[in-house]
Design a protein around this ligand. Structure first.
Ligand code: PRP
Ligand code: URA
Length: 209
């Protein structure tokens, strides 16, 4: 089991402060989620395999490196995970994108599946699951279980804010999955919202409240 990678880079922390602010509107909120995901992607893709190619600069021929193959897939958890897709795709435009739809029952807080569409070759790809919020961990645990049932073995989970409860549950359920987050917050409140958190990420991205 690897320790979670907490990306406390100053640029990420700066953007996260505006993301948390309740006065930040949907347009700016979406832009910030996208930018933070782009910055976090830098670390989450650190172990991509490289291959050597020969090119010609204006001066001479030389051997240099490019990312090998097209083995990456991004899987946002609907809805809020969608906000992170474009930022990561800006860095790895060849990645395929699958979608898993889960919503939390407001009473039980249990996740319920309503959609799953994945690339046909998902089992042979490295997968980064995207969701800005890791609260109880139920949604991330179920999404990763669904991917493993499809044969995926190389999975990373990238969130923006994690609660200690969710992080503990996720690492217990899937100790092989490396977690990347921008902040580890204090706790969950009685409604299983992250404290201090940023509120309901899906509603803030899509303006539904
Ligand atoms: C939010 C969030 C996560 C989940 C986290 O989604 O985007 O998917 O809750 O909570 P958990 O760790 O306790 O499972 P929500 O179910 O509110 O759906 P939405 O993205 O459609 O708003
Ligand atoms: N989902 C959210 O969007 N925010 C939380 O704080 C917890 C779950």
């Amino acid at each position: 089991m690897s320790a979670p990678f907490i990306m406390d880079h100053p640029l990420i922390q700066h953007k996260l402060s505006f993301l948390r602010d309740k006065n930040t509107g949907s347009k700016e909120f979406r832009e910030l989620i996208c930018e933070i995901a782009m910055l976090m992607c830098y670390e989450a893709t650190r172990n991509l395999t490289l291959e050597e190619v020969e090119i010609e600069t204006p001066i001479c021929k030389t051997k240099t490196k490019v990312v090998a193959g097209k083995k990456l897939a991004l899987v946002p958890i609907l809805r809020a995970g969608l906000g992170m897709v474009d930022g990561v795709l800006k860095m790895v435009p060849a990645a395929k994108v699958g979608h898993i739809g889960l919503y939390r029952d407001p009473e039980t807080k249990e996740p319920h599946e309503y959609y799953c569409k994945l690339p046909n070759d998902i089992a042979s790809r490295d997968v980064i699951v995207l969701d800005p919020m890791l609260a109880t961990g139920g949604s991330a645990i179920d999404a990763i279980r669904m991917l493993k049932q499809k044969g995926v073995s190389a999975i990373k989970f990238m969130c923006i804010i994690a609660a200690p409860e969710g992080l503990a549950a996720l690492t217990k359920a899937h100790p092989d999955v490396q977690v990347y987050c921008a902040a580890l917050d204090q706790c969950l409140n009685e409604h299983a919202y992250i404290v201090p958190g940023l509120g309901d990420a899906g509603d803030r991205i899509f303006g539904t409240k």
